[in-house]
Design a protein around this ligand. Structure first.
Ligand code: B1M
Length: 210
């Protein structure tokens, strides 16, 4: 088995220390940071994301895999910068105004990062003005809005309205999600995409950057 496949396997099992050791070893052996990232870390995270989507693994497994992934990425960062590997693109991620649930939002962020998308995480209880400001400052092209309450789904529309009012609606793709959100609701509020889970969100975001 190649060292990148081993990294992928350990990542899927959430074995952070093994991932760190093997990432260091791969770098020492002259494997490029890009290859370690794509063939090891990202490919492992894609497997976890797919299993999560199919209910073969659950939130804790995703969180420990993501922790292993983040540890591996940290070690790769200096080499990635010197190899000139650009992130796929930038996305703003947040839980909308009035809503404090952040577990799903964090999973979305991790999955996006897992496929190479740089995330600007605005946290929870985020207003349209904050999103507009973040988009202007970062140049992000994708926005992921999480809402877990029927009472806060409307904040997703308010954020889309704020983007329109600021004249930047057409320069971004707005993705919505969260337990009470549906495709029909996404269509109604003029979102560009609805995805039911974090893995699909990452896949959809990749399409928007293609
Ligand atoms: Co709250 N809560 N909660 N809660 N909570 C729910 C959501 C609820 C369904 C529980 C219930 O009554 N059965 C209910 C909402 C009812 C409704 O509106 N229909 C509810 C309520 C009522 C409340 C309070 C109002 C309770 C109160 O104070 N009376 C209060 C509100 C606080 C607020 O936000 N202002 C409240 C508070 C809390 C806690 C703080 C205690 C805690 C949150 C802790 C935290 O997040 N740090 C909490 C929790 C944990 C839950 C439940 C139990 C679990 C939510 C969760 O994390 N699920 C939840 C019941 C439930 O869902 N079964 C409940 C796991 C997570 C991985 O799933 O977030 O759905 P989820 O994310 C999924 C997808 O939805 C999708 O990807 C993820 C999986 O891949 N996804 C996206 C999510 N965001 C996305 C964005 C995207 C794409 C996909 O963008 C593109």
């Amino acid at each position: 088995m190649s060292i990148t496949s081993e990294i992928s396997e350990f990542l899927q099992k959430g074995r952070m220390n093994n991932v760190k050791e093997l990432v260091k070893k791969a770098l020492e052996d002259g494997v490029s940071a890009k290859e370690i990232l794509n063939e090891g870390l990202i490919s492992g995270m894609m497997v976890v994301g797919e299993k999560f989507k199919n209910n073969q693994v659950y939130v804790p497994e995703v969180l420990i895999a993501a922790r292993a992934m983040n540890a591996g990425v940290e070690l790769l960062k200096p080499a990635l910068v010197s190899e000139g590997v650009e992130p796929v693109g930038k996305a703003v991620v947040c839980t909308v105004k009035g809503d404090l649930h952040d577990i799903g939002k964090n999973l979305v962020k991790m999955m996006l990062e897992g496929v190479g998308i740089e995330c600007i995480d605005l946290g929870v209880d985020v207003s349209g003005e904050q999103v507009v400001e973040a988009v202007k400052q970062s140049g992000a092209k994708v926005i992921c809005l999480s809402a877990l309450l029927t009472t806060t789904m409307t904040s997703q529309k308010e954020i889309i309205d704020a983007l329109t009012a600021a004249g930047i609606r057409d320069s971004v793709r707005v993705m919505v999600g969260g337990a009470p959100v549906t495709q029909a609701y996404a269509d109604e509020i003029g979102a560009d995409a609805y995805t039911p889970d974090a893995a699909s969100a990452a896949q959809k975001a990749l399409e928007f950057f293609a």
